[in-house]
Design a protein around this ligand. Structure first.
Ligand code: SER
Length: 436
């Protein structure tokens, strides 16, 4: 048994490496062969973590390619378009990022950002690099750029100086059709029906993807931001969708901790990164925690109300920062609750089972994703929950072994959905195999 387990692991590892290498473009790695044919920000951060287990040069090039698309105001965009790829909507012609004076001239990008994992990925790449000279020069290269990115988030997206960054588009949250966005989205009044032709449903069955109504919202919001030239001081006061997102801010909090680590590694001051981390951590606990359930929720900045749908984001402060025992317990308990996240199948559904939105086969409405499991595992480990962390790791590996490197998985049956050869499923499998 032991021997066959070793052989399976070796084969899983080599299949995962092949997925990443097969999805390589000139400068970076696309998330999947055809559904997502460009470079995406948080995908590439996970991909860099995966590469760091077997090829440091590719890991560094993934992050460098992201920074190639950085705007002069510091924003690192959600998508960097590959001029040689087609078949994805919305492409550069719809985004027209050149309307902003801050967009880069020679690289086409979208006009929003994504969960800010850059510092987390960069630290992993630096720590895994055996050559100290290479590690140090890479750290020195990326540190100022990532610092400027965090400065952008606090300067342009936290107008109240609350410590919480405001997300302006479901795509920016990374969890496009997660219930809090369907809820906040239902209050957005579209002034017209946008015209477009979806291409995603040519690659993946429509029943596994966001609805046409969701896409109307996505595209209408895009066009509003475009009309404001992606100028956030102009756009935000009127913006109909504004969410202080708990997953986004949890990632930012942890990224600040890793940015502080990179500063110390370079023997520079870590004071700014630490003060950002502390401020965001306090705001997550004081402003995004629901007293009654002890779970965390994003806040609708327009209504001032918490968006009380229980989703995987409700647990993500475990990944953000060290929480006191009383604060970490409810999210840990929720994992074992059959009404919430214990589907008697595979950990961990992305929307609570009892939610009226729960759908085990549709995108972020229920399926297990390997990236949220990867963050959750780290959060559980940091809070002394080794058994639960190991169970999340084991379920993740079982899912990819059973169903392949699919985009997402049914939490009850383990069936895979969405695109196949999905880069972050492969990349994070490599990382999970390396931490055994
Ligand atoms: N997740 C989006 C899509 O499905 C892009 O960020 O196209």
């Amino acid at each position: 048994v032991w021997e066959s387990a070793v052989i399976e692991t070796t084969s899983l590892r080599s299949r995962a490496e092949q997925v990443l290498l097969g999805n390589r473009l000139e400068h970076s790695t696309k998330p999947s062969p055809s559904l997502y044919p460009h470079q995406w920000m948080w995908d590439s951060c996970f991909i860099a973590v995966g590469y760091s287990t077997f090829d440091g040069a590719l890991a560094r090039s993934e992050i460098r390619s992201l920074l190639r698309g950085q705007w002069s105001n510091g924003m690192v965009p959600q998508i960097i378009f590959n001029p040689a790829s087609s078949g994805y909507f919305p492409g550069p012609d719809r985004w027209q990022s050149g309307r902003s004076p801050y967009a880069p001239e020679n690289v086409q990008t979208s006009g929003i950002t994504q969960p800010p994992l850059l510092a987390i990925a960069a630290r992993a790449v630096i720590e895994r690099e055996p050559d100290a000279g290479i590690a140090r020069s890479f750290a020195a290269e990326v540190f100022p750029a990532i610092t400027r990115y965090h400065e952008f988030l606090y300067r342009e997206r936290d107008p109240d100086d609350s410590g919480l960054v405001t997300v302006v588009h479901p795509w920016e949250s990374g969890l496009d059709n997660s219930p809090p966005y369907l809820d906040a989205g239902s209050r957005v009044e579209l002034s017209y029906k946008p015209e477009y032709h979806r291409l995603d449903t040519a690659h993946v069955a429509a029943r596994n993807r966001p609805t046409d109504k969701d896409y109307d919202l996505f595209i209408w919001l895009l066009e509003q931001m475009r009309d404001a030239e992606y100028d956030w001081s102009r756009y935000l006061p009127e913006a109909q969708l504004q969410v202080q997102d708990v997953l986004f801010n949890s990632v930012l909090c942890r990224a600040n901790d890793d940015l502080a680590w990179i500063a110390r590694y370079l023997e520079e001051s870590d004071a700014t990164a630490r003060s950002w981390r502390d401020k965001t951590a306090a705001a997550i606990i004081n402003s995004l925690r629901d007293e009654e359930s002890g779970l965390f929720f994003s806040r609708d900045r327009r209504t001032g109300e918490l968006l009380r749908q229980v989703t995987i984001s409700s647990l993500m402060p475990l990944f953000a920062v060290q929480l006191e025992d009383g604060i970490s317990q409810p999210p840990v308990d929720a994992l074992a609750d059959p009404a919430l996240f214990d589907a008697s199948g595979y950990r961990c559904p992305t929307t609570a089972i009892s939610s009226s939105w729960f759908n085990p086969q549709n995108y972020w409405l229920g399926p297990v994703w390997i990236n949220t499991n990867w963050m959750l595992r780290q959060g559980l480990l940091a809070h002394g929950c080794a058994n639960q962390a190991d169970a999340v790791r084991r379920d993740s590996l079982e899912l990819v072994e059973k169903s392949g490197f699919r985009e997402y998985f049914d939490p009850i049956t383990g069936e895979g959905y969405g695109t196949d050869s999905f880069s972050w499923s492969a990349a994070l499998t490599l990382d999970l195999l390396s931490v055994a």
